[in-house]
Design a protein around this ligand. Structure first.
Ligand code: ZN
Ligand code: ZN
Length: 228
């Protein structure tokens, strides 16, 4: 078999952000509570495999096709990865791509995220997560200029990463989903704040999930009062 390159970091990051911490088939958590939220069990599964054999290889499109592209990968828990690769006839390419396309909507429905009639209700829906994140941040976040992140053995660093993966990021993903479902209530300024917020969360995911350092923009302060 030809030597495979690793999946490029930007692709991996986009997959993790797209999946919002949940398996794209069963919607189960990819940072299980019983593992303290510290470890993830996500597997990047190929929809069309490398080479001329393997699950769904016959559905490979003609012409140039990038096997390791975002479009050809789906983020699954180990159980779902095994199931779709062991029974490819039951899980054709379109089915997998459909799960991925509908993932955010399916996750929002599972989490009971709905569209609200007024701003007040959107505010109430996002306020709990924002407040919880702020409280954890105040207690555990590295202070400005702190170097502890470069010492992975430090218990402070481990606690912070744990809280980030098990509480803060899931809250952020949920808040994003709520706001996205209710953007029609947002003012132009709030729309802009939300775009910055998404970039902030993307950066947190890059750093704390994908292990990619740097490039995180600050949490936009206006988020504190969004929809208030
Ligand atoms: Zn799964
Ligand atoms: Zn696979």
């Amino acid at each position: 078999m030809a030597k495979r390159d690793a999946i490029p970091v930007p692709t991996k990051l986009r997959l993790f952000a797209d999946a919002a911490g949940h398996c794209q088939r069963c919607l189960g958590k990819l940072f299980p509570d019983e593992m303290g939220g510290l470890k993830h069990i996500a597997e990047m599964a190929h929809v069309i495999p490398h080479g001329d054999t393997g699950p769904r290889y016959e559905a490979r499109p003609d012409g140039d096709f990038e096997v390791d592209s975002f479009e050809n990968l789906i983020l699954l828990c180990p159980t779902c990865h095994t199931i779709v690769d062991k029974h490819p006839e039951a899980y054709p390419r379109d089915t997998l791509l459909g799960w991925k396309r509908d993932h955010f909507g399916a996750l929002a429905r599972k989490q009971g995220i709905i569209t609200y009639e007024n701003r007040r209700d959107v505010r109430d829906a996002v306020a709990v997560g924002l407040a919880q994140n702020k409280a954890i941040w105040e207690k555990f976040a590295p202070s400005e200029g702190s170097e502890f992140e470069y010492d992975p053995e430090s218990t402070t660093a481990i606690t912070w990463t744990d809280r980030m993966r098990s509480v803060i990021l899931p809250n952020h993903y949920r808040i994003q989903a709520i706001i996205e479902a209710n953007l029609r209530h947002a003012s132009d300024d709030e729309g802009k704040t939300f775009a910055e917020y998404r970039e902030h969360v993307r950066g947190l995911t890059a750093r704390h999930v994908c292990g990619e350092a740097g490039g995180t923009i600050r949490f936009p302060e206006a988020m504190e009062t969004i929809f208030a």
